[in-house]
Design a protein around this ligand. Structure first.
Ligand code: KIV
Length: 274
């Protein structure tokens, strides 16, 4: 039995099973999806956690950052994903400004993700500064995932996509943020583009699963943007992305072959006609 078949036969992934995977030292697999088809394939491949990321702004909408994607757009993407998934835990990203104004508004928007898009958890960026908001959402019964390090919604403030927390002061702050999020009740934390040693230290020092992206092998699990690892989104290629396919090239070849066949009148053939 292949690894993915073994996973497909296992039960629905929940926030509790992710915690048990950490306790057992079993690595957690996570990828992004923004539509029904991609979500179907990820679930069939046995991926544990599917994130409807606000990276949709870049991969689907062609924007330069994630900050422009709206609550309504995230609800749309998330509902197409949840309609496809049987096994994986589906987490919906809270878009920029959907949780920043105040905890009440954040709770209302998290509730919309759960009730309208049917995700099973939400993710938001930040540490100590959002811990009150996290607590408010968790207290309402909504599982929350944190996101620390290179938090893309702060890109206008960071001004660069470079590695975060290389300096001791920022590393110490990140450790405090992780503990504050755990205290506020998150079920897991994404850490993005931070030194591997720091990510390992955080993974060991908190009880909730730490899911890394560009954060080295010491995390409890790994996440990548599906469009990056498939070689579909090729505008840039960060060092931490391993490409498992070259779909952009394959698709362009297929489109070109189709166009050539139409122009040469090879397509459609008699067999492809009625
Ligand atoms: O939006 C997204 O795709 C993410 C991942 C980079 C973790 O937040």
């Amino acid at each position: 039995m292949s690894e993915s078949q073994r996973h497909m036969n296992t039960r629905k992934v929940t926030t509790h099973s992710l915690r048990r995977m950490k306790e057992r030292g079993q690595k957690i697999t996570a990828l992004t999806a923004y539509d029904h088809l991609m979500a179907t394939l990820l679930d069939e491949a046995g991926i544990d956690l599917i994130l409807v990321g606000d990276s949709a702004a870049m991969t689907v909408q062609g924007r330069h950052t994630t900050v422009s994607v709206t609550m309504e757009q995230m609800l749309y993407h998330a509902s197409t994903v949840t309609s496809a998934v049987d096994r994986a835990l589906v987490v919906g990203d809270m878009p920029f400004m959907s949780y920043h104004v105040n905890p009440d508004e954040a709770l209302k928007n998290a509730g919309r993700m759960i009730q309208e898009a049917l995700v099973e958890a939400v993710k938001l960026e930040g540490g100590v500064k959002v811990s009150e908001t996290v607590r408010r959402i968790v207290d309402a019964g909504i599982p929350v995932m944190g996101h620390l390090g290179l938090t893309p919604q702060s890109i206008l403030q960071f001004g660069t996509y470079q590695v975060r927390a290389k300096e001791q002061a920022e590393a110490d702050e990140l450790k405090r943020d992780a503990l504050a999020l755990q205290e506020a009740g998150v079920f897991g934390i994404v850490v993005e583009k931070i030194p591997a040693t720091l990510a390992t230290e955080i993974s060991k020092s908190v009880d909730v699963p730490i899911i890394g992206i560009g954060a080295g092998p010491g995390c409890d699990g790994q996440i990548l943007v599906s469009h990056d690892m498939l070689g579909l989104y090729t505008k840039f290629h960060p060092r931490f992305v391993r490409r498992y396919a070259n779909l952009a090239e394959e698709m362009k070849v297929a489109f070109g072959r189709y166009a050539a066949d139409v122009r040469s009148r090879d397509f459609p053939s008699e067999d492809e006609s009625y």
